[in-house]
Design a protein around this ligand. Structure first.
Ligand code: HEC
Length: 219
């Protein structure tokens, strides 16, 4: 599944397998990839120069429309797609009433059970690679980082994804194999931590995860 562009500026690398090191490098792929947009810059740029983009680019970039400047502009735009000030952010900043009792308990369980070992930092994820299936083996068509590094030790390693706005970005996991948040929380507990959570704990974690939903640029 395509990872969300929301808050992607805070991820340490882009894509599930980290094959692009930043947003600008990511933006280059789809423009020329034949299964995505299939452009050739040698044809695209003269076409763009005949449109209003010509003046707009000249106003910002000395050398006008170039592959570098196109991807730079896209990356700069993507940096604005952030969703700050979620209820959980407000809670962390001291507003004790910003999240519910269930969400607070869910946050405690999230920390105590060890989810936080991988999902942490500004994006509650997006900081490291981790194996898909730490405790029990999993199978997947994608081999994760191995496909980028060709190193057998990287098999099934994926970027730990952000959990911001997670209630809005189903289906879950790199291959979209799970549709419900409850299901993915149980899956994580089992495969990543070797734990089985009771229904109540799962519900509270899900409730906590919903406190990570925000609006674009809600400063
Ligand atoms: C050892 C590291 C690790 C631990 C511990 C861990 N996760 Fe994850 N989590 C991951 C990785 C890696 C993925 C991405 C897996 C994939 O699809 O390849 C992921 C994916 C997810 C997703 C789906 C994200 C999406 O965009 O599809 C959710 C939700 C999630 N984790 C929640 C949790 C919860 C809740 C816990 C604790 C019960 C937890 N995780 C524990 C590493 C971890």
């Amino acid at each position: 599944m395509p990872p969300t562009v929301l808050n992607s500026v805070f991820n340490f690398v882009q894509f599930w397998d980290g094959r692009a090191k930043n947003l600008q490098e990511q933006a280059l792929g789809p423009i020329t990839n034949h299964v995505e947009m299939g452009h050739d810059f040698n044809n695209l740029i003269p076409k763009m120069e005949k449109t209003h983009y010509n003046d707009k680019f000249k106003a910002i970039y000395k050398d006008g429309i170039t592959p570098y400047n196109i991807t730079n502009a896209i990356a700069e735009f993507e940096k604005t797609l952030i969703t700050p000030n979620t209820p959980f952010d407000k809670y962390l900043m001291g507003d004790n009433k910003a999240i519910t009792k269930d969400q607070k308990e869910g946050y405690e369980i999230f920390k105590n059970q060890g989810c936080i070992a991988c999902h942490h930092g500004i994006n509650i994820g997006g900081n490291l690679y981790a194996k898909f299936g730490v405790i029990s083996q999993l199978k997947s068509d994608s081999k994760g980082r191995l496909e980028v590094t060709q190193n057998e030790l990287d098999k099934y390693y994926f970027k730990v994804p952000t959990l911001r706005n997670i209630e809005l970005t189903a289906p879950y996991l790199h291959d979209g194999r799970i549709d419900e948040l409850e299901g993915v929380v149980k899956f994580m507990a089992h495969y990543q931590l070797g734990k089985s959570l009771d229904e109540n704990e799962v519900k509270k974690i899900v409730s906590f995860l919903k406190s990570l939903t925000g609006k674009i640029n809600s400063y």
